[in-house]
Structures are given as structure tokens and as C-alpha cells.
Design a binder for this molecule. Structure first.
Ligand code: NAD
Length: 378
């Protein structure tokens, strides 16, 4: 049985979930009042922008362990549209002001925060305080201090916290993690990880405003290249040096356009990452003592594609978001591993801050010191 911390255990009991369920591994869904044993969890999406509209809501029509139960929006016109399209009862529709009353709604077990980055911490914390499990989109928050506040609020409330890191549920990425874990190609020596897209023609978007996004390419696609470097080496970095390139400062006025960074790992492996809002790149390459592997593309919605020194890597495509949300629901219901815990999102924010610090200091090497692998080896 999955180890349950005393604090979580006590809170769980306080919420009325019997010890019998814990002991027998029956479906568990804490934080939802009366209805303690559900087979499919209700998810409420907070923020109905493009990711919720085109990826998460469609994926939730196919999930087996969770479903779209509610919405939270600041745009009244979306309420009717979404209610009609997805058959959402009026009582499961919230706005940003009355959101906290979601605490009383037993249809909703999980709140999925899909808002601009500056709103992640506020809504993740409010969701936890309402007794709901939380999925927080990437990047986890604006800075490490906010990540800490989210983690603390979830611990305090005894609810689960997962990141919207869809790739951890995706088979090509899981295969990369297996290569590393089983040393299929020997020791990883070098990783190159690029995650970038050309984002021009929308100068007013929130992603280009530091106050709303916390940063540019690094806070957006950069998180994928950081993640890639880590799961393709199977280690957290021990040091990072970084550089920023600005070729279109008239457009990227307020946030970083292109960043490269080099990671050092305790094993001696090295990684180079690149992220940008001004060019397209989407790949992961690793060379090892006994061969190589690559994913190209490596981080879009799929299908991904892979090759190695032993031949093609091929998996059937499924919605990454469907797999991700089902995995998180299984974590809650059955104690399956949390593939992307909040601590992993925090770790990435520590790295983001170190990259920005290195750039501010002219590329100086910043030491990093993580005490856990945050489950990236699974
Ligand atoms: P979006 O701009 O399409 O949607 C943002 C939503 O927030 C809109 O519904 C908007 O009305 C609402 N909003 C509320 N206050 C706002 C404000 N002050 N400014 C702007 N919008 C405001 O963004 P998106 O692409 O849906 O991204 C939302 C979050 O999801 C971001 O954190 C992003 O990084 C993340 N995301 C993750 C993935 C992934 O693959 N995991 C993909 C896309 C986006």
C-alpha cells in the first residue's frame, strides 16, 4: 500500500474517509464531503482559454477515471456555451469571485488551474483551501516562493497536488525514462533539448508581459527543455550557466526571447537546452556510452516520434492530456504514483530562477542542490 503520511492520513480521516478504504485499496477520493468512493472523479477547469478549450475539455470526454464536472470562468459568455456543449449543470459553474463556494460541491473532486501564470498560486491555494485536489499548469507559479505556498496549502488541506506535465504520461517520454533507468544505451553523456516556437503577431498576449507571465520563453517552453534534460539524464542538475539572446527587442520588449543554458550533472553528464519565442524547435537528443536516442518532435501534443542507434521507436498515439488526467485520478483513487508532483514543478522553478540569475550575472555558473529525484525515474 502506498505510504500515507500521518498528517495526510489524519486530514483524510477528518474528512470522513474510513480507514477500511485505505487498508483495502478501495477507490479513495478525499476532499469531497459525502461521496467518498467514486470511480470517476469530477474535474473543474479554471480558465477556459485555448488549452482548456482545445485540449483538456475534449480529452475529458475520453478519460476513464475522471470527467469534466464543472467550470470556473471570468467570462460570463463562456458559461452558456460550455454548459450546452458539455452538459454542465448550472450549479457546477463558478466565476472567480464565488469560486470558493466550490468547497460545498461534491460533484467536484479536482480543480485544474489553467490560467495565466500569475494566477496559478492564488487559484491553486484557494482550490486546496476548498478541499479540492489540485492540478496546476506549468510553469507552476511566478517564483519559488509561490510554489512553496501552493505546496504548503495542499499539505495543510490534505489534498493531492499534480503538475500539468502531460509528457510524463506519454509513451515516448516514458520510453526515454526507461532507457535511462535500465541503461539501455549505457550511461548518458550528453543531452540536447530544444523547446521553442515562433510567436509573432500577438504583441498584447499575456505571455509577453512579465507581470502576468513571470518571464518569456523560459517560463513557457523552457520548462519542457529543462524537463527533457532531467528525464533524459535521470538526474537533477548540480550547476547551470545560461545566456540570453535578443534579436527582436522591439517585439520582445518585456520578456526573454531566446535562452540557452548548460547543465552539469553529478555523473559527469552535460546538457544544453534552448528555448525561444522567436524560432521553432522541438527535439531531445541523448548520446550515451553505448549508442544514442532521440525524440523529434519531443514535446508537442503528439504524435511524438523517436529513433535510437537500434532503430525506430514507435508507439500508438493517444491524447496526452487524457493519459495525464487519468494518471492523476488513479493517483487519488488508487494510490498510484503521482507522476508529476508539485515538488517537481517547484524544482523546475528553482532551475528557472537559477537560469535568470546566471544571465543577470553574465553567464556565471550557479550551483544547484536538490535532495530528491521527485519521481522522475519512474
Ligand atoms: P490563454 O491565453 O488561451 O487562456 C487564458 C485564460 O485565462 C483565458 O480564458 C482568459 O480569459 C483567462 N484570464 C483570466 N485573467 C486573465 C488575464 N488577466 N489576462 C489574460 N487572460 C486571463 O492561455 P492558455 O494557452 O490556455 O494557457 C493557460 C495556462 O496553461 C498557462 O499557464 C500555460 O502555460 C498553460 N499551458 C499548458 C500547456 C501544456 O501543454 N501543459 C499548453 C498550453 C498552455
Amino acid at each position: 500500500m502506498k505510504k500515507v503520511s500521518r498528517r495526510t492520513f489524519n486530514t483524510t480521516l477528518a474528512k470522513g474517509i474510513g480507514a477500511t478504504a485505505l487498508a483495502t485499496h478501495l477507490p479513495l477520493a478525499c476532499g469531497m464531503g459525502q461521496n467518498n468512493q467514486k470511480k470517476r472523479l469530477g474535474i473543474a477547469l479554471v480558465g477556459l482559454g485555448s488549452y482548456s478549450t482545445y485540449q483538456l475539455a475534449p480529452a475529458l470526454q475520453d478519460t476513464q477515471h475522471c470527467h469534466l464536472a464543472g467550470i470556473v470562468t471570468g467570462t460570463p459568455a463562456k458559461e452558456t456555451r460550455w454548459a450546452n456543449r458539455y452538459n454542465i449543470p448550472k450549479g457546477n459553474i463558478y466565476n472567480y469571485d464565488n469560486f470558493d463556494t466550490i468547497a460545498d460541491n461534491t460533484d467536484i473532486d479536482v480543480v485544474y488551474v489553467v490560467l495565466p501564470n500569475f494566477m496559478h498560486a492564488e487559484f491553486s491555494i484557494r482550490a486546496a483551501q476548498a478541499g479540492k485536489h489540485v492540478i496546476c499548469e506549468k510553469p507552476m507559479a511566478m517564483n519559488v516562493a509561490e510554489c512553496d505556498a501552493i505546496i504548503e496549502a495542499c499539505k495543510e488541506a490534505g489534498v493531492k497536488l499534480g503538475m500539468g506535465y502531460r509528457l510524463h504520461s506519454e509513451p515516448y517520454t516514458q520510453e526515454v525514462k526507461r532507457f535511462v533507468r535500465e541503461k539501455t544505451f549505457g550511461d548518458v553523456l550528453y543531452v540536447s533539448a530544444d523547446a521553442a516556437y515562433r510567436s509573432r503577431g500577438y504583441p498584447d498576449q499575456w505571455r509577453l508581459k512579465k507581470e502576468l507571465s513571470g518571464g518569456g520563453a523560459l517560463m513557457n517552453m523552457g520548462v519542457y527543455s529543462i524537463q527533457s534534460a532531467i528525464y533524459a539524464t535521470g538526474e537533477n542538475p548540480i550547476a547551470v550557466s545560461a545566456q540570453e539572446f535578443s534579436t527582436a527587442p522591439e517585439y520582445f520588449k518585456d520578456t526573454d526571447e531566446t535562452i540557452t543554458a548548460q547543465f552539469e550533472f553529478a555523473s559527469g553528464a552535460v546538457a544544453n537546452i534552448m528555448t525561444s519565442h522567436n524560432l521553432n524547435a522541438n527535439n531531445l537528443f541523448a548520446t550515451c556510452t553505448n549508442g544514442w536516442f532521440e525524440l523529434r518532435p519531443a514535446n508537442n501534443y503528439g504524435p511524438l516520434a523517436g529513433k535510437s542507434s537500434r532503430g525506430d521507436i514507435t508507439f500508438q498515439h493517444e491524447s496526452q492530456q487524457k493519459l495525464q488526467m487519468d494518471d492523476f485520478a488513479k493517483h487519488i483513487l488508487y494510490g498510484d504514483p503521482n507522476l508529476a508532483p508539485g515538488e517537481m514543478g517547484r524544482r523546475d522553478m528553482v532551475i528557472v530562477e537559477a537560469v535568470y540569475k546566471s544571465i543577470a550575472e553574465g553567464g556565471k555558473k550557479e550551483a544547484l542542490n536538490f535532495s530528491s529525484d521527485y519521481g522522475f525515474g519512474r
